[in-house]
Write a protein that binds this ligand. Structure first.
Ligand code: SAH
Length: 364
């Protein structure tokens, strides 16, 4: 068995799925039933030590203490925006910091509950180098372990008031999730498992720049929602801002989407960051329609979040509305993403910017 390890070279129990945990327990002379109980302690009660697991025999706990570890992320800072958005900055032992963003929304979901969406990071930095995105400026500093990905929703949920829970998870934080495929899938399984974080597959979305082979693999493996960052209306324009699309071109991407075996009623979300004078014209809107009209697609327009490190401008609200109106008038599902958390650098494309050198003391 190839067991995941922590920095202390102990077994990283949170980087395992239940079947692997069960196999590990069998290998140390323990039962599958105990593995399940430990799994529930970790993911449902948020246990941080084996010793607090009262219903696990002392001898088992002693064994686990010797060879395994329950890791968690250390909080560097927790900021709350004027609009209620919260940004968590976590220290990771590889030497850096990553971010998660919690976005409360009072637009009720289908169950009449307020939505509470957590935006989760998958990498420390990002290798994709999309020209408009600040996370890309860091380059790829490191892959997150499965435990570090799934610890974000686990630990954020522990800060919420009694009765409030995370309803939606979007893999739209720092990094390209499909570029950390193996760890991502382990983490997603722990988010989905009904004995773990128990998030519905309808409420879990993986966003990607469009890594075609990994899109195919993921959609065959897990029933999560897929979001694709389109961000341009033709190949030439897309390559200009998303260099990775030289390798994974637009035609091939659209073809891949057509061939995905989506569960009935599922749609692929196409994110479209609108940049003034670049991809926001009505000709662009026409081309986006032509590209997507044969797909079970929905479009999410993201008006560009401006920042001092880029000269890119956000289009006017009227321009965004006209673009949306055109797509909707042709029968396409199209929404505009509300900007949230801009005052604390928690909005789309701003993550990584707030990650200052670790010697800087921040308010907890
Ligand atoms: N790498 C994945 C996950 C990141 S999601 C992906 O690209 O899909 C982050 C989303 O924010 C992407 O759709 C990206 O295109 C968008 N984005 C990046 N910078 C932005 C900015 N400054 N303003 C608005 N959206 C931005």
């Amino acid at each position: 068995m190839n067991l995941p390890r922590t920095e202390k070279n102990l077994i990283d129990i949170k980087s395992m799925n239940l079947p692997d945990l069960e196999a590990f327990f069998l290998s140390i002379g323990e039962s599958k039933g105990r593995a399940l109980r430990v799994y529930k302690h970790i993911w449902q009660r948020g246990a941080t030590t084996f010793d607090e697991m009262n219903d696990i025999a002392k001898s088992t706990r002693a064994k686990l203490n010797e060879c395994a570890e329950i890791t968690f992320l250390e909080t560097i800072s927790h900021k709350i925006s004027d609009d209620g958005t919260q940004k968590f900055l976590w220290r990771i032992p590889q030497g850096g910091a990553i971010e998660s963003v919690l976005i409360p929304d009072t637009n009720r979901d289908n169950n009449g509950r307020d939505r509470m969406t957590l935006c989760v990071s998958s990498q420390w930095g990002c290798a994709m180098k999309c020209s408009f995105c600040l996370t890309g400026d860091l380059g790829l500093k490191g892959q997150l372990k499965a435990s570090q990905i799934a610890n974000q929703p686990l630990q954020v949920s522990k800060t919420l008031p009694e009765g409030v829970r995370i309803t939606n998870i979007v893999m739209m934080g720092m990094g390209e999730p499909l570029h950390n495929y193996k760890n991502l899938v382990i983490a997603l399984r722990n988010m989905l498992h009904n004995q773990a974080l128990d998030i519905s597959h309808r409420k879990l979305t993986v966003s990607t720049v469009g890594l075609i082979p990994a899109i195919k693999k993921l959609s065959a493996e897990l029933p999560v929602n897929l979001a694709i960052s389109l961000n341009a209306s033709n190949q030439e324009q897309r390559v200009e801002v998303m260099p990775i699309t030289k390798r994974y071109g637009l035609d091939e991407l659209i073809q891949c989407c057509k061939e995905l075996n989506l569960p009935h009623g599922k749609r692929i979300a196409f994110e479209y960051v609108m940049m003034a004078g670049f991809n926001d014209s009505m000709e662009d809107a026409h081309r986006v329609y032509d590209l997507l009209c044969d797909l079970p697609a929905k479009v999410n327009l993201i008006p560009y979040n401006e920042n001092p490190d880029r000269t890119i401008k956000r289009p006017s609200a009227d321009q965004v509305k006209a673009f949306q109106h055109y797509l909707v008038s042709r029968g396409m599902n199209c929404t505009v993403r509300k900007t949230r958390g801009i005052d604390i650098s928690a909005a789309c494309g701003q993550l990584g910017k707030g990650v200052r050198p670790l010697s800087v003391k921040e308010n907890l």
